[in-house]
Design a protein around this ligand. Structure first.
Ligand code: FPP
Length: 246
């Protein structure tokens, strides 16, 4: 029985989020430049997208570039941005044919014009697709999103659109850039690091976390399936006790 067949279709996570980590270390181990690692990371992105589609996951969110990544050497940032533009340009037709709807979360104002244009046109091109929703978190951080949500909420309160007494926990999520997606049930991080690194801070509250000791360029569809199988073996109690769940 293959790993894909072992996945229980009635207990699938709707949303899987991934922190793609370890491109630099993967390349260093091979005596190559960090950019070589990022280039090889693109194959792993493809594997993750295809695996999500095959498993029947509805939302896949990839942490591609954090707010903090702007502090990296200028050369690496430029190479990463170029890689992003080229990868989207190359893959968009195939993604479209597979019914993928591309979205992005993050501070677009910080992105180079070319990246922004390529991204916006790809997002528009795939906007009506009904398959997997693939979100790239680009120039994104959880705290950045929380700050913006607070600003928008304050504006709505000031203008009377939102009444303080009507604020619920669920109101907050409507003001985040992730409002169109359900919270991830599963978050995967590669490279053997056990951190959230400012990713989806609000949304990960009850997510199952899956860490694997592999650098991102070595991530394959089987790793994705294994993460889902692991998730399906866990008991999600949401603060209740075991007997209340069964
Ligand atoms: C983390 O490895 C990876 C990144 C910051 C960039 C992710 C980008 C890609 C996989 C390339 C293209 C993406 C798309 C969506 C087409 P790291 O550089 O932090 O590695 P390290 O922790 O070993 O230094």
């Amino acid at each position: 029985m293959s790993l894909l067949e072992k996945i229980q279709k009635d207990r699938l996570p709707k949303h899987v989020a991934i922190i793609m980590d370890g491109n630099g270390r993967w390349a260093k181990q091979k005596g190559n430049s960090r950019v070589y690692g990022h280039k090889n990371g693109v194959r792993a992105v493809r594997e993750a997208v295809e695996a999500a589609g095959s498993a029947g996951v509805e939302f896949l969110t990839l942490y591609a570039f954090s707010t903090e990544n702007w502090n990296r050497p200028k050369k690496e940032i430029e190479a990463l941005m170029l890689l992003l533009v080229n990868s989207i340009h190359k893959e968009i037709n195939e993604l479209h044919n597979k019914g993928v709807r591309l979205k992005m979360i993050g501070n677009t104002a910080q992105l180079p014009e070319k990246v922004c244009e390529e991204l916006m046109s790809a997002i528009e091109f795939t906007a009506n697709n009904k398959g997997l929703t693939l979100t790239l978190a680009l120039s994104y951080s959880g705290r950045w999103d929380l700050k913006n949500a607070a600003i928008k909420m304050a504006r709505d309160i000031n203008s009377g659109v939102l009444l303080e007494e009507n604020i619920q926990e669920s109101t907050f999520s409507k003001y985040l850039s992730t409002a169109y997606m359900p919270d991830p049930e599963l978050m995967i991080r590669t490279s053997g690091e056990f951190r959230i690194s400012n990713f989806l801070l609000y949304e990960l509250a009850y997510s199952e976390l899956y860490f694997l000791d592999k650098f991102w360029p070595d991530f394959r569809n089987q790793d994705f399936y294994q993460a889902i199988i692991d998730y399906q073996q866990r008991e999600r109690r949401f603060g209740k006790i075991s007997e209340q769940i069964q």
